[in-house]
Write a protein that binds this ligand. Structure first.
Ligand SMILES: *[C@@H]1O[C@H](CO)[C@@H](O)[C@H](O)[C@H]1NC(C)=O
Ligand SMILES: *[C@@H]1O[C@H](CO)[C@@H](O)[C@H](O)[C@H]1NC(C)=O
Ligand SMILES: CC(=O)N[C@H]1CO[C@H](CO)[C@@H](O)[C@@H]1O
Length: 427
């Protein structure tokens, strides 16, 4: 008797419990659906600029000049068919006669991006670990927060602060990655006239020259490695570099390291992994007569761009499909751009760009220390069981920790949207 009553009360409790669980699920689902609907409604009230949108700033055309001498036109291109033109005051620095490309965050007003006077305050940290099971470290990296004091201000005379970072993931030994790390300042800065001359402003011409000089540095490093006495033919390295000139960021990449920008919490890839899985690279290789065995070019290498690896480059009698030319991306940093993560493939094998950005942002909000942040990211990669060596560089562009993300949505609500929301809540 007692037992049966006890068991029936247990059954009742169990039933009640499951009902409560179902109810909870239902409530959660309703709330989620509401949030989704509210979000899509709010977004439809605003111009949403795709992450790939470009801002082109052109000098005033003649008809505009007639209208008003002191205006030029900024053009926001979303894609071929959608294009908005807005006048920008002429005294906006850096925009004159420059064609600049930068990404715009979703739901950002255009003015905010165009007229900003943001100058980043740079700090950085790095972490490198070969992992437990591996014997040698083949990655190398370089972090120079202030190039002028590093190279000597009498030599290096840029009108704005310049910082330089690199991640070099070696394979077939560490000779190639060591070569480029040890010789980086010579290759990238000391030998090219553009960095020795004094400049009064950072303009489009100078930025183009810097880009040219970077391409040259990649080529020179690659050619130097052709000499077997410097770097063995079976050895090579990928190279990812980032140069911050005032508020200009230039990322160059050859290989499968990756640079990811955190824009108010959103991950923006600034480089592409040059591997067989990247359609454009696969096509490029095959057009030059190269082939893949599985994921490996000529069955030898997992990357389609690298410095060194001359034993592979010599396999083709004409132009080698394995190249050292970097892909280069230039942009203007704004207040929205919080930090940059540069990592070797050991990181990206086990986490997505967005995962890394969200993870790093949480850490930076807690302690604001890029060194600690890089270490935490590296350890997270090992926790997620990466089987490769891990190198992470974190570069912060502001001295204050990232702000809360919630503000974004509130920021976007137009009066109309608010009214709609209210009706929806009441009805
Ligand atoms: C460009 O974007 C608009 C709005 O997002 C879209 O309606 C249009 O189809 C797009 N056009 C192309 C060519 O992608
Ligand atoms: C740096 O470059 C010089 C000249 O090419 C070379 O002799 C030297 O070995 C390089 N350093 C390293 C660490 O490879
Ligand atoms: C010690 C170590 O982990 N070395 C590895 C680093 O990564 C390269 C490229 O994947 C491997 O070949 C090394 O064995």
């Amino acid at each position: 008797m007692r037992t049966s009553r006890a068991s029936s009360s247990v059954t009742e409790k169990w039933l009640l419990f499951t009902q409560l669980c179902l109810l909870k699920d239902l409530v959660i689902r309703c709330v989620r659906q509401f949030i989704r609907r509210a979000k899509s409604m709010l977004l439809s009230q605003n111009v949403v600029v795709e992450p790939t949108a470009e801002i082109n700033v052109k000098s005033s055309s003649s008809s505009q000049q007639d209208l008003n001498n002191s205006f030029q036109i900024a053009q926001v291109r979303i894609n071929d068919s959608v294009c908005i033109e807005i006048p920008v005051p002429e005294d906006t620095p850096l925009l004159r006669s420059v064609k600049k490309t930068c990404s715009v965050a979703a739901a950002t007003t255009v003015e905010e991006t165009v007229t900003t006077e943001f100058v980043p305050k740079i700090s950085s940290g790095s972490y490198a670990d070969k992992g437990e099971s591996r014997e040698y470290m083949e990655d190398e990296h370089i972090c120079i927060d202030d190039l002028s004091s590093h190279l000597g201000s009498s030599f290096f005379r840029f009108p704005v602060p310049v910082a330089f970072y690199g991640v070099f993931d070696g394979h077939g030994g560490s000779q190639a990655s060591r070569y480029i790390k040890e010789n980086a300042t010579r290759l990238f800065f000391e030998e090219d006239a553009v960095f020795r001359e004094s400049h009064s402003t950072v303009n489009a011409f100078l930025l183009r020259e810097v880009e040219r000089s970077h391409r040259r540095a990649y080529r020179l490093a690659d050619l130097a490695m052709e000499d077997e006495s410097v770097v063995s033919g079976s050895c090579g390295t990928t190279a990812l570099t980032a140069l911050v000139i005032g508020r200009h960021l230039m990322v160059a990449n050859a290989g499968d390291c990756r640079a990811v920008l955190c824009r108010r919490g959103r991950a923006v890839d600034l480089s592409f992994d040059h591997k067989s899985t990247l359609d454009a690279e696969r096509r490029r290789v095959e057009e030059l007569g190269g082939y893949f065995e599985g994921e490996y070019i000529y069955g030898e290498l997992a990357v389609t761009r690298a410095l060194g690896d001359w034993s592979v480059k010599r396999l083709s009698s004409s132009l080698s499909p394995l190249i050292s030319d970097p892909e280069i991306k230039q942009m203007v940093l704004t207040e929205e751009d919080e930090f940059l993560i540069m990592g070797c493939d050991g990181v990206w094998d086990v986490m997505t760009s967005q995962y890394a950005v969200t993870f790093a942002r949480q850490g930076l909000r807690r302690h604001g220390d890029p060194r600690r942040c890089a270490m935490e990211l590296g350890r997270e990669a090992f926790r997620l069981d990466t089987s490769d060596n891990v190198t992470v560089v974190v570069i912060c562009f502001t001295s204050s920790p990232p702000a809360s993300q919630r503000r974004r949505i509130q920021f976007c609500v137009s009066d109309e949207a608010r009214a709609k929301l209210q009706t929806m809540l009441q009805g």
